[in-house]
Ligand binder design. Structure first.
Ligand code: HEC
Ligand code: HEC
Ligand code: HEC
Length: 317
């Protein structure tokens, strides 16, 4: 990726691709075509999947702002917001609703435990997909590479998900940072909870608000503290004393959930709830990694004490 000018102003709320449609029709279609396939010499085909996947939104925004080759810059003609909206509009040809719908399924089944339903990360190491700057600086291809081969403590997905599933989940992750044109399958952002329902292609006589429009307001809140689990079990041989209740809470914040499941019931990695493993085996698996699928974790990610608490919780189940 080319270095992006440091002077870019990134929006603080998600750009709207649908608002970009009118900007495009008025300012861009003469040279790029209403279908985005390009009219004048040198203009690009925005329907070209490979081209759009390799492009970073921040680079497009920079070209649209300052001009490029024979394309004029729109710094003075269009507001920052309009330039961001039209930038993200350019992806609606290569990322149809069907892609986001597939991405939504893949994300819910494989990604949500670490990245969260709101895309902001369920574990501290995960980046926030709602961060427009983060999403704009990278191309989908770069994200695809990370998702396929793994990055940091994120497992590699290439042997578990098809190419199409990985591309779709990447586009779904990107769509946390902008509002896609139709957006029927787009991620739900908290800010949208009260927004008007998205325009539908064929308006019905009695529009029904989408299920997310009215979150159940007064569900009884969960008890502030979980029912007491056996706490301060006597330390197994060699293990520091662990607090099962603390371990249960710590588990929810650690990358372990992404592979072993929210209740340690198993997933990519084996079930750990009720484990018969000794402390030394657990410590060794975590510090050194195990087999092909279990990465090693340093004390900065999970300390001995945190692991001892988790171990006490696992044993208590
Ligand atoms: C006068 C014709 C013209 C107009 C108007 C125009 N473009 Fe372009 N655009 C071009 C040409 C030609 C290129 C290829 C520039 C090059 O690579 O030398 C281009 C390139 C681009 C690129 C690729 C930039 C890159 O970094 O490679 C994007 C994105 C783009 N245009 C978007 C837009 C948008 C959005 C608008 C309206 C706000 C717009 N263009 C208006 C002619 C135009
Ligand atoms: C076990 C937890 C975990 C799971 C499960 C997981 N991720 Fe990640 N993901 C992470 C972490 C942690 C990072 C940050 C990696 C880093 O930068 O060191 C990350 C980074 C990313 C990035 C940014 C990559 C980059 O190049 O900066 C994308 C995109 C992504 N994940 C998408 C996904 C998708 C899509 C899925 C499901 C198919 C998924 N993740 C499943 C933990 C996870
Ligand atoms: C990227 C996915 C992934 C993450 C994240 C992950 N594990 Fe694992 N874990 C595995 C897999 C896969 C195995 C089975 C490895 C093998 O034996 O081939 C495993 C094995 C283990 C074992 C040994 C189980 C046994 O029966 O031998 C323990 C203990 C364990 N993991 C604990 C953890 C803890 C604690 C964390 C969080 C710090 C964690 N794991 C995070 C995938 C993961």
């Amino acid at each position: 990726m080319r270095p992006v000018l440091a002077s870019i102003t990134f929006p603080t709320s998600p750009p709207s691709a649908s608002d970009g449609a009118a900007v495009y029709a008025a300012n861009c279609a003469t040279c790029h075509g209403a279908d985005g396939r390009g009219v004048v010499a040198g203009s690009r085909d925005f329907n070209d999947l490979d081209y759009m996947r390799a492009a970073a939104a921040a680079d497009f925004y920079t070209s649209i702002t300052n001009g490029k080759g024979s394309m004029p810059g729109f710094r003075d003609e269009l507001s920052d917001g309009d330039r961001w909206n039209v930038t993200y509009y350019l992806w609606h040809w290569s990322v149809p609703d069907a892609t986001l719908a597939l991405g939504s399924q893949v994300y819910a089944a494989n990604c949500v435990s670490c990245h969260g339903e709101d895309g902001n990360g369920a574990i501290p190491q995960a980046p926030a997909f709602t961060d427009v700057e983060f999403i704009s600086r990278y191309s989908a291809s770069q994200f695809f590479k990370s998702v396929s081969g793994g990055k940091g403590i994120m497992p590699a997905w290439q042997s578990r998900l098809s190419d199409a599933e990985r591309w779709a989940s990447v586009e779904y992750a990107r769509a946390f940072a902008y509002q896609p044109v139709r957006g029927a399958a787009a991620p739900t952002r908290p800010a949208e909870a009260t927004a008007a329902p998205p325009p539908t292609e064929a308006p019905t006589a009695t529009p029904v608000p989408p299920p997310t429009a009215a979150p159940a307001p007064t569900e009884a809140p969960p008890p502030a503290t979980a029912p007491p689990v056996a706490t301060q079990a006597p330390a197994p041989p060699g293990a520091p004393a662990g607090d099962a209740a603390a371990g249960k809470q710590t588990w929810a914040t650690k990358p372990c959930i992404g592979c072993h499941g929210p209740s340690a019931e198993g997933g990519i990695g084996p079930k750990l709830a009720g484990t018969a493993l000794g402390w030394d085996q657990v410590l060794s698996a975590v510090r050194n990694g195990q087999g092909a699928g279990m990465p090693a974790f340093a004390a900065a990610v999970i300390s001995d004490q945190e692991l001892a608490d988790i171990y006490a919780w696992l044993k208590s189940q």
